[in-house]
Design a protein around this ligand. Structure first.
Ligand SMILES: Cc1cc2nc3c(=O)[nH]c(=O)nc-3n(C[C@H](O)[C@H](O)[C@H](O)COP(=O)(O)OP(=O)(O)OC[C@H]3O[C@@H](n4cnc5c(N)ncnc54)[C@H](O)[C@@H]3O)c2cc1C
Length: 434
């Protein structure tokens, strides 16, 4: 019998398995597909690398940065990129390195051509009224602190970053650190104290994190690709994890699947957990990569965020130069549009790029990655959803859940949550054997 079965070989599951193995436990890691990493994956082609999921991470909390150090990976500060919000037919260049997870660069919003009234408002931000509701929406938070004009510029950027309409997202879940700053002298004062952007990427792509973790896991854990779990049950001896050709026994289970996929696994044996998991909203997302000859797109590295009503189907477009001959555009879609057929997504991506960059260039190649229900959408009621789920889990000793839908946005939060969940599982096993 395995001490711990970890279900799901995405970043959350691989990190949980790694920590459990480090603690000396017998671990089985079950993954439905042939590869580990889930959305954290870098596709490497001849001249270019394509990130399927997140492209960088924040250093708050520092757990992921520390993990990279432990694995011998050397994260690099995110290269500077000109980031532009296209709204009201106008281009608004965001402050260099703006990072709303930490607040870096926010005080430089006053340098934008926002008008004297807005500058005065930013100058007096520290006197803004405190929140009157606990679960305040992002729009209300930013309007209250920085004014409606600043929110209008930030909204398309935030919607693209969060993978869904930012006005539906709550400030404490998405930007806990920023909300904390309002009780410590204001956002802009906090922002001024930050020396670095605090965002990192890996030269070998985010997939190199999974490779490094898998290499450490390989000799010590049972890695089980092609093991789609369809149900888990419990009897007096422990947990049974059901896969198509049999079952695996474990004393504790860490369920590291995104909520929509975990909901399916609980349906046969614990429909009440399925119901609670289905209450966590998720958004569809898709990325289209378009490859061009460098001389056909003569613009430096940049990223554009499109406000609704500007005539774009995508939410953001990023242009980079993998080598002196090539230009690579990443066009990001969210919501229902992200579910369109590959050919339609490619057409829309080309159309948006042509409109945004005023070009007739034709791509040399295109790749589409569609990720249905992949982005947790942190709407109002998140704290209640988490509390309801935790209450239900009290009836399932030895079962632990982790994932972005519980951790909040960003890979750093996910890794921190996965660590904490593994620690709780280890405590449970220690108590059970005492
Ligand atoms: C383009 C993109 C950008 C994103 N950006 C953000 C962001 O900024 N912030 C954020 O919070 N999130 C973001 N996400 C969501 C992102 O998926 C997560 O942050 C993170 O990758 C989740 O890791 P995970 O291990 O929890 O899940 P996943 O990466 O989805 O991994 C789950 C794994 O479980 C496997 N699996 C599924 N069902 C079963 C089963 N029944 N049995 C066994 N294995 C199974 C899957 O094959 C997969 O390998 C983004 C996603 C995408 C696609």
């Amino acid at each position: 019998m395995s001490k711990i079965a970890v279900i799901g070989g995405g970043l959350a599951g691989v990190v949980a398995a790694y920590r459990a193995v480090e603690a000396g436990l017998e671990v089985s890691l079950l993954e439905a597909t042939h590869h580990f990493g889930g959305h954290t994956r870098t596709a490497k082609l001849d001249a270019i690398s394509l990130e399927l999921g997140e492209e960088f991470f924040d250093d708050t909390p520092g757990t992921l940065l520390n993990l990279c150090g432990e694995l011998g990976l050397l994260p690099q500060p995110l290269p500077n990129l000109r980031r532009v919000v296209r709204r009201g037919g106008q281009d608004w260049v965001l402050p260099a390195g703006l990072n709303l997870a930490s607040g870096f660069g926010l005080h430089q919003m006053a340098q934008m051509p926002v008008g004297r009234g807005v500058r005065w408002r930013l100058g007096t931000e520290r006197f803004a009224a405190p929140a009157s509701v606990k679960d305040e929406l992002l729009g209300a938070f930013f309007r209250r602190r920085l004014g409606p004009e600043v929110w209008e510029v930030l909204e398309p950027y935030l919607s693209a970053t969060l993978g869904g309409p930012a006005e539906e997202v709550t400030a404490p879940t998405a930007f806990a650190r920023l909300v904390g700053l309002e009780r410590q002298g204001g956002l802009l004062a906090g922002s001024r104290k930050l020396a670095t952007e605090g965002r990192w990427h890996l030269a070998g792509g985010m997939g190199s994190l999974i490779e490094a973790l898998s290499t450490r896991l390989l000799p010590k854990a049972r890695l089980l690709p092609h093991h789609p779990v369809w149900a888990i049950t419990r009897d007096s001896k422990g947990w049974q994890v059901h896969v198509p050709d049999g079952q695996l026994e474990a004393e504790a289970v860490i369920m590291a699947l995104p909520a929509p996929q975990a909901a399916r696994v609980f349906r046969p044996s614990a429909p009440q957990i399925t119901t609670l998991l289905n209450h966590f909203p998720h958004q569809h997302s898709a990325k289209v990569y378009l490859l061009y000859r460098q001389n056909e797109l003569a613009l430096g590295p940049s990223e554009f965020f499109f406000a609704r009503g500007e005539g774009y189907s995508s939410s953001a477009l990023k242009l980079t130069h993998p080598n002196p001959e090539l230009a690579l555009a990443r066009v990001q879609f969210a919501g229902e549009t992200a579910r369109s057929a590959d050919s339609e997504l490619t057409r829309l991506a080309e159309q948006d790029l042509a409109k945004c960059l005023q070009t007739k260039a034709r791509p040399l190649a295109a790749w589409v990655f569609r990720q249905p229900s992949s982005r947790p959408h942190f709407t109002q009621g998140q704290a209640r959803r988490v509390a309801d789920l935790e209450r239900e889990l009290l009836h399932a000793p030895g079962l632990f859940l982790t994932g972005s839908y519980l951790a909040g946005p960003g890979l750093a939060n996910l890794v921190e949550h996965s660590h904490q969940t593994t620690r709780r599982a280890l405590d449970f096993l220690a108590l059970a054997s005492a």
